[in-house]
Write a protein that binds this ligand. Structure first.
Ligand SMILES: [Mg+2]
Length: 226
């Protein structure tokens, strides 16, 4: 065995986040009488993405992100609604659903018999806990490390220091970080000196400045690696 501890990113690696986000947006619109159109959805996604990018760069807090995204969205729509309620409705809907990415469930079921599986995720803790607990993945994972609870986030080394300190016997050789994001998962593994595997199902060009130990387009390729 090469790596006894597998550190999986959640969104867009094991969880089909776009699908969950689309259904949550519909629920948000229904509950708040907002226009449920592709244009409104794109507007929200643009605002949300730019705030998550700012969060990943360490410029804003999670609290700022979750309130500000609906303040800006409602401003852009020119509608008067309660942004806090919008955020609560959206997060509640988001927390209700987990949709596995292709082969994610099978791969986790197989690997959980021989390895210890952990989630390493930058997310709103209440949402991610609720999604994980209600999902097929819950019994397969030994633990979940959510940035909000860790007091640091990917790609900070401090986040991975926290993760390693909570995994019995973990060190820089027996852990493998598996994720889709060069900016958080791979850079984080580079910062922490951990081996990493890039899940790149869309064949994006390889970022030159990062050490990438493995690259896969299908999660089942992990069987040969780990
Ligand atoms: Mg991801």
């Amino acid at each position: 065995m090469n790596y006894s501890n597998l550190l999986f990113d959640a969104d867009d690696t094991l969880f089909d986040f776009p699908k969950a986000a689309e259904l949550a947006f519909h629920a948000l619109c229904r509950a708040n009488d907002l226009p449920d159109t592709p244009e409104a959805r794109r507007l929200y996604e643009t605002i949300n993405r730019s705030l998550w990018d700012a969060f990943d760069r360490g410029e804003i807090s999670k609290e700022t992100l979750t309130t500000l995204r609906f303040v800006r969205f409602l401003e852009a729509l020119g509608l008067e609604r309660n942004p806090e309620k919008c955020d609560q409705d959206y997060l509640a809907a988001l927390g209700a659903g987990v949709y596995p990415t292709p082969h994610a469930q099978e791969v986790c079921e197989v690997l959980s018999q021989t390895h210890r599986l952990y989630l390493v995720t930058n997310a709103v803790a209440s949402v991610q806990r609720s999604r994980l607990q209600g999902s097929v993945f819950a019994p397969l994972f030994s633990d979940a490390f959510i940035s909000e609870e860790a007091g640091a986030a990917k790609p900070q080394k401090a986040y991975f220091d926290y993760v390693l300190s909570h995994i019995p016997g973990a060190d820089e050789r027996n852990c493998l970080v598996i994720g889709d994001s060069p900016a958080t998962d791979l850079l984080g593994a580079n910062n922490a000196g951990l081996p990493c595997c890039w899940y790149n199902p869309n064949g994006l060009p390889r970022p030159a400045e990062l050490r990438i130990d493995w690259e896969i387009a299908d999660l089942r390729e992990l069987y040969e690696i780990v």
